[in-house]
Design a protein around this ligand. Structure first.
Ligand code: ADP
Length: 447
């Protein structure tokens, strides 16, 4: 096992990872920008090293500075968390070239899944159901029109280099396609420096359902059930639950087993998430994330596993300590992402936390790096906490979440807590009747 792990991240996920390491008796090294000298992850780590000024590209995205910090501190391994360098194949490769273990998937799998068209092609070839669409990028307008006729309207124009929902435009019929192409290309060019786009069948009201995978270095691959992450705004997830309310045990077993088999065929290692859209009883692969996800705690709560510990163990070469048959799901879990932003306009609201009180009690978990007097810096992601509840069933979770949201005090900032309180009380959400468009409609509804 490792003696010392460097955590190449900040905020709640850095705290989450160092907690798992401490329980395993592994020493931790925090890295931080000058804006984060007083951050919780720096205070809790055994050692800390400043790696640069506030902008992420000069600190948390600075590969050389992070590898230098690993060398100076004598770390054995690096955990990238999520975001920043977590899905940067070059960083994963450099980490290993410098003699450190990368606690995550192999660089070639990160690279493969980072290219949306290559990922879809790979998914198709290993037997996963994918959204109908073009095999590769489309050339001119005439080619796109022909392809769209084959796929059938409505279609969605998507950027090859896409991410964060940018460069995506739907077309309801033939007359709308030229404008959608032009808009998507312009947005993709501006955001990613590449105007390449492809076409997909546009699903009207699907759910977003994703399967959690865990794999060791010895060819053992299991799935840990699925999560429903349909509650999104601007393609950002806001509430997640495990297991998915709309699936039965047979569907769960089928999609879980085929996702695990596909990744076994790839020779995949560590954790990963296979993302699908689900409509009318059918799954359609959209992409795979080769990292720990923000929403991993809901899976931990229903499986009784520590996913970070499992990642560290697997990276150290330990075989999985259980088989697929030994994985049991217990109860239900829901996570609310608390962002420092205006819940209506989504404008970020960084600043000083005047008073902080986190909820507690049976079945309540708070993953956060906040404390009273902490100043949320304006440079990074606005997510400041995750409130997770676990209960015997979905109903108990809803009661518990309502109560926990009432207890939560974060004074001095605007947060998404008021929006969560409204969603949790809404009858459609309570009934589990929602899809990926639901939250946008809900947030726009007059009050
Ligand atoms: P990104 O990498 O930009 O996040 P994804 O392919 O993961 O792009 O899609 C993000 C979100 O966009 C999905 O969760 C879903 O809400 C929506 N979406 C993507 N593809 C389709 C599609 N074919 N039909 C309808 N909605 C889609």
């Amino acid at each position: 096992m490792f003696d010392k792990v460097l955590i190449a991240n900040r905020g709640e996920i850095a705290v989450r990872i160092l907690r798992a390491c401490r329980e395993m008796g592994i020493r931790t090294v925090a890295v931080h920008s000058t804006a984060d000298a007083d951050a919780m992850h720096v205070r809790l780590a055994d050692e800390s090293i400043c790696i640069g000024p506030p902008p992420a590209r000069e600190s948390y995205l600075n590969k050389i500075a992070i590898l230098s910090a690993a060398t100076i501190s004598g770390a054995d391994a690096i955990h990238p968390g999520y975001g920043f360098l977590a899905e940067n194949a070059d960083f994963a490769a450099m980490t290993e070239e410098h003699g450190f273990t990368f606690i995550g998937p192999a660089p070639e799998h990160i690279r493969l899944m980072g290219d949306k068209i290559a990922a879809k092609r790979a998914a198709r070839s290993i037997g996963l159901p994918v959204v109908p669409g073009t095999e590769g990028a489309v050339g001119g307008e005439a080619e796109a029109l022909r392809a769209a006729d084959d796929i059938g309207y409505p279609v969605l124009v998507k950027a090859v280099a896409g991410g964060g929902g940018r460069g995506m435009k739907p077309a309801r019929d033939r007359s709308e396609l030229p404008a959608a192409l032009k808009l998507a290309r312009a947005e993709a060019e501006a955001a990613f420096g590449s105007a390449e786009v492809y076409l997909e069948k546009y699903l009207r009201r699907p759910r977003h359902i994703e399967v959690q995978i865990l794999a060791d270095l010895h060819g053992n691959v299991v799935h840990l059930g699925e999560r429903d992450c349909s509650l999104q705004r601007r393609h950002q997830k806001l509430i997640e639950e495990a297991l998915a309310p709309g699936l039965n045990a047979d569907q769960r077993q089928a999609i879980g087993a085929s996702s695990a088999a596909a990744l076994r065929a790839l020779g995949y290692r560590s954790v990963g998430t296979v993302e699908y859209l689900y409509e009318d009883g059918k799954f359609y692969f959209i992409e795979m994330n080769t990292r720990l996800q923000v929403e991993h705690p809901v899976t931990e709560m229903v499986c009784g596993l520590d996913l970070v510990r499992e990642m560290v163990r697997a990276a150290a070469g330990r075989p999985l300590g259980f088989t697929q048959d030994e994985i049991r799901f217990s109860g239900h879990a829901i996570e609310c992402r608390i962002n420092a932003e205006n819940p209506d306009t989504l404008v970020p609201s960084p600043g000083r936390v005047a008073d902080y009180h986190a909820p507690g009690g049976l079945g309540v978990r708070v993953d956060s790096a906040l404390y009273s007097g902490y100043t949320v810096p304006p440079y990074y992601d606005s997510m400041i906490a995750k409130l997770i509840v676990h209960g015997a069933n979905r109903n108990e979770c809803l009661m518990r979440m309502r109560r926990a949201l009432e207890e939560y005090v974060i004074d001095g900032l605007e947060t998404t807590i008021p929006l969560h309180r409204r969603v949790i009380a809404d009858s459609a959400f309570v009934d589990g009747e929602y899809d990926i468009r639901w939250l946008e409609d809900f947030a726009a509804r007059p009050r």
